[in-house]
Design a protein around this ligand. Structure first.
Ligand code: URA
Length: 445
């Protein structure tokens, strides 16, 4: 029976629930282009205001998932798990994580995204490696995952096409920040990878979509509910996204830090988040008994070089220059100039607003303001002083690595990002230095 679209919109507007057939019919119309944009936009606003209940959400996400291709990875014997992050600043974790989990025996077929606004994207980072291809066909992707254990590629137009239509309309109708719409958007794409289990890193803080613990838990709960309704094992990790992750922000700079982690080195927080998320992936895939056991295994493959070896093979299989593993600084592109931003006053660093650090990198050309903007792979921010550190006026806070573009704006953003308390109030320092280093705030298994 043909659906009356205005009637569906009215039902949702008035807070009624939609039947499964109505939801599936609506998403089919979105995908086929038979429902007008203004009607889709009205439905999105009705959902934004009224929400979707548990069943509606599962059906909405499942209809979006089946609007396109679902990968068939049944030819791969290993258990298949993936990780998705809701987006952070300096979040290069997927790059060491996927090879580390593969080195522990699971398969990690990862379909990643590009950066938008102040957050970066894994694909842009990997493309900083000369020759690295993220647009490879499905057969080759499956072969690489089977042979090496992991491959990281971009989304194809055939994965969840309904999301492309809905997301573009959400972006221009003030309906992006809706938990059921965000959750179904993310999960329709992740479930299309044909995985057995998924670990979600839900970011919380000044640099994240979710600014309060309540909202982060709400999003994590919705994401888990969709995955579990689809028969998958899903773990949601809520992690702090106030100050940036690690010391380097910008595409090639982040690859360099990721390689350091794969060598058993790198900043403590980047390494620790990799280990904690890796442990959850192993647990989710049944490859370890406890998170402690999982963490020990991930630490082992980072320290003994086996994760680095998988990364080298993945880079080579995807057309990239494998020498990047041994001599990253000479293979990766690097902005021609370095400008140091110094502390305007002495004191202790109380906070570093990661969204402003992300914006500084964006001003230098590391990110994109609009979806199709090009990125400059070699530019970004190298952080010298972190939260809790004491500084004297005139000491370096960060270095901007750039190509003579956007330096003044970036400098302003860096100065706005650093909250430095005057020296006489350094008794607060006890509060800062005793804060746990772990970014993981909560794990929902
Ligand atoms: N990421 C997505 O893929 N979709 C959203 O709606 C928000 C973040």
């Amino acid at each position: 029976m043909a659906l009356l679209i205005p009637e569906l919109i009215r039902k949702k507007r008035d807070g009624e629930t939609l039947k499964d057939a109505e939801i599936r019919g609506f998403i089919a119309g979105v995908t086929a282009g038979t429902i007008a944009d203004y009607q889709i936009a009205a439905m999105l606003m009705a959902i934004y205001l009224r929400g979707l209940d548990h069943r509606e959400l599962a059906t909405w996400a499942d209809a979006m998932l089946h609007s396109g291709d679902v990968l068939d990875l049944s030819s791969i014997d290993r258990v298949k798990v993936d990780k998705h992050s809701t987006g952070g600043v300096g979040d290069k974790i997927s790059i060491p994580l996927a090879p580390a989990v593969a080195a522990c025996g699971l398969a990690v077929p990862m379909v990643s995204g590009r950066g938008l606004g102040h957050t970066g994207g894994t694909l842009d980072k990997l493309e900083a490696i000369p020759g690295f291809q993220v647009e490879i066909d499905t057969a080759r992707f499956i072969r690489i995952v089977d042979e090496i254990g992991t491959s990281i590629i971009g989304q194809t137009a055939r994965i969840a096409p309904a999301d492309g239509v809905l997301y573009a309309l959400r972006d221009v109708t003030a309906t992006v920040e809706s938990i059921p719409l965000i959750a179904s958007s993310i999960m329709s794409k992740k479930l299309a990878e044909g995985i057995d289990g998924l670990v979600l890193d839900v970011k919380l803080g000044t640099g994240a979509f979710m600014k309060t613990r309540e909202r982060a838990v709400e999003l994590a709960t919705a994401l888990k509910a969709i995955g579990e309704a689809a028969g998958k094992r899903v773990t949601a990790v809520i992690s702090a996204m106030d100050d940036p992750i690690g010391n380097r922000i910008g595409n090639a700079l982040e690859v360099e830090e990721a390689i350091a982690v794969l060598r058993g080195e790198g900043p403590l927080d980047t390494r620790e988040l990799t280990t904690q998320l890796g442990a959850e992936m192993l647990l989710c895939g049944g490859a370890c008994a406890t998170p402690e056991d999982g963490a020990a295994r991930i630490t082992g493959v980072l320290d003994d070089g086996s994760a680095l070896e998988i990364f080298r093979r993945m880079v080579e299989a995807q057309g990239g220059d494998p020498r990047v593993v041994d001599e990253p600084a000479s293979i990766l592109p690097r902005g021609r100039r370095r400008t140091t931003v110094t502390a305007p006053a002495s004191g202790q660093i109380q906070a570093i607003a990661s969204n402003e650090i992300g914006n500084a990198a964006l001003m230098l050309g590391a990110g994109r303001r609009r979806k199709d903007d090009p990125v400059d792979p070699g530019v970004g921010v190298v952080i010298h002083r972190r939260r809790g550190d004491s500084v004297e006026a005139g000491e370096p806070l960060v270095d901007l690595i750039h190509n003579d573009h956007g330096v003044d704006e970036a400098t302003q953003r860096i100065l706005a990002a650093y909250n430095i308390s005057p020296p006489q109030t350094t008794d607060i320092s006890t509060d800062i230095s005793t804060q746990p280093t772990s970014r993981v705030l909560e794990v929902m298994r």
